[in-house]
Design a protein around this ligand. Structure first.
Ligand code: AMP
Length: 543
């Protein structure tokens, strides 16, 4: 017997309907790309999304068409996502920090028909557009007065283009499994792989994300997604905030410490989210210029491991809770968040920070397991690590065009490529990417643990650890340091700082200082490049 409940497809635009109707006055504040702060609300965003959908339909955009966006987080980008999904088309976010050839490759792979772009990126698009034959139109997120000069054909100002129709439109009724969004993974090797979100996965992911033990979002919150929409589905914030009617504060192009601080304090942001490097620049700004964060309750940090020193600084200097999160583009992206369950809630001091530095526990809807190389489960004993595998309704079942099929098994488990352990209460801790873990004498050393420890040194700005060849042990850790401005730590002082905090055999064999560590387009340490740069390096005594 089947249940007798209504078949109400989970469609993305239903979220903006809900926000517009029941939380209509809630503010959406953006630092506009043109400069001034812009204010709107969910009622207006809903209307303009409907107008956008109608305008797309007028241009002949159909279910399944790919619509690229290369834009900062602003109200226009938000309404574009809803307008696009509202006609059954697919928003396809492009990361402007990739090389032009890579972006062109991705656009050609996706066969994007339209591109929505901020004025900031016009010079880049002038290089890329001629390489993408499927591209029919470039719509610049601005008005006629701010349109840049360009020799590209078929370029229009968004506001003028939109104004050609009204908002009298009915969303398309779609199957909830219809594709809604697309984001290519920032693969450090091989071609990028397309992840394709459905309407259903986006909605289910939002239900997971807003729960009290996850992002803990509600209508009294003012959420600032500093994480760009073009990183890993914008961490789902474009759907989770309107789902609960949380106000949104959008940083636009202002990603530096001072601009972020201005919005956090002047717009009374209660929850915010971004990668560690953003928070490093905010904390440095606050150290230099002073300031406090009385309205901010929590900072969600993910994308790379949040160092313990950062979690402590937020709590002890500003009374802000860090929620350490782990996820992947392939997971929409949330996998785990580190809120404290009752088993850990009473811990204090260092023991509490020991838990808060873990990546946390999954919501209902994300299943996880840790296995050895033969797919045998590993105990959740808080120390034995292995391959982390996941499944769930907002986890990819394959990549676009079936690339990378070996990462998915027949029972639906996706091999994340991360190495992790679980403790008895289901808290996961990442120890490495499987290709970055250091294999020393048959045992594994976590490069992430060493990096986190090293950045706790007061004179270290950034640290990276790679395994380098050793004749006896196979590989040994090499620590690479960027010094803080004006500081001059010695190799000995760094090793002394680490001594006693990790097993002796984990201690790096050498420390070298560099002016810069290479990063990927999403801000992760680019270890392939570091290994390439240091390929002739020889460990002391290992020649
Ligand atoms: P992306 O799909 O670009 O977001 O990258 C996902 C990868 O980032 C994961 O597979 C992890 O290797 C890494 N990652 C994300 N969050 C964390 C975290 N909190 N700690 C350590 N690594 C992380």
């Amino acid at each position: 017997m089947l249940g007798l409940m209504q078949d109400w497809p989970m469609l993305c635009h239903r979220v903006i309907d809900h926000a517009g109707l029941y939380h209509g006055g809630r503010e959406i504040v953006s630092r506009s790309v043109e400069g001034p702060i812009h204010r709107t609300n969910y009622k207006e965003v809903r209307e303009r999304s409907l107008q956008m959908a109608k305008r797309l339909e007028k241009d002949g955009i159909k279910v399944g068409d790919r619509m690229a966006t290369m834009a900062w987080n602003t109200w226009r980008h938000l309404e574009a996502w809803f307008g696009i999904t509202g006609v059954g088309a697919i928003y396809h976010t492009l990361n402007p920090r990739l090389f032009p050839d890579q972006i062109a490759w991705i656009m050609n792979d996706a066969e994007d028909r339209f591109l929505f772009v901020d004025i900031t990126f016009m010079p880049l698009i002038e290089k890329i557009a001629p390489m993408v034959p499927s591209l029919e139109k470039v719509i610049v997120f601005t008005d006629a007065a701010h349109m840049p000069e360009t020799a590209l054909p078929n370029v229009v100002a968004y506001e003028d283009w939109l104004a050609e129709v009204d908002s009298d439109f009915e969303w398309l009724e779609l199957d909830e499994k219809t594709a809604a969004g697309m984001c290519y993974t920032s693969g450090t090797t091989g071609d990028p792989k397309g992840v394709v979100y459905s309407h259903r996965s986006n909605i289910l992911h939002s239900y997971m994300a807003v729960q009290p033990d996850m992002m803990n979002l509600g209508s009294s919150d003012r959420m600032m997604p500093v994480v760009p929409f073009f990183h890993a589905n914008g961490w789902g914030t474009a759907f989770s905030c309107p789902m609960v009617g949380a106000g949104m504060v959008m940083p636009g192009p202002g990603m530096d410490g001072q601009s972020i601080y201005e919005l956090l304090s002047e717009e009374r942001v209660t929850v915010t989210a971004a990668v560690p490097t953003v928070w490093l620049s905010l904390l440095q700004h606050l150290d230099k210029s002073g300031g406090d964060l009385p309205d901010l309750k929590s900072v969600i940090i993910g994308g790379s491991a949040a160092p313990r020193s950062m979690i402590k600084a937020f709590k002890e200097k500003y009374d802000v809770d860090v929620l350490h999160a782990w996820g992947m583009t392939e997971m929409s992206p949330i996998g785990t968040i580190c809120s404290l369950k009752p088993e850990y809630a009473a811990l204090e001091g260092d023991q509490r920070y020991d838990i808060l530095t873990k990546q946390g526990h999954p919501p209902f809807g994300v299943e996880m397991k840790i296995t050895d190389d033969d797919n045998k489960p590993i105990d959740w004993d808080g120390k034995s690590f292995g391959r982390l595998k996941v499944r769930g309704p907002a986890v990819a079942s394959s990549y676009y065009k079936n690339r990378g099929a070996e990462q998915f098994d027949e029972r639906g488990w996706f091999d994340t490529g991360d190495v992790a352990y679980m403790d008895q209460y289901g808290y996961m801790q990442i120890t490495d990417r499987s290709k970055d873990v250091i294999k020393s004498g048959g045992e594994w050393i976590s490069s992430i643990d060493l990096e986190n420890l090293a950045v706790g040194h007061p004179e270290v700005a950034e640290a990276a650890v790679i395994g380098v060849h050793h004749p006896k042990w196979d590989e040994r850790p090499l620590l690479i340091i960027v010094k803080k401005d004006g500081a001059n730590p010695s190799k000995e002082s760094i090793l002394q700082f680490m001594d006693g905090k990790i097993a002796k055999w984990w201690m790096p064999d050498d420390v070298i200082f560099v002016s810069e560590i290479p990063h990927t387009a999403t801000g992760k340490i680019l270890k392939t490049k570091l290994r390439e740069q240091l390929k002739d390096y020889k460990l002391p005594g290992a020649a």
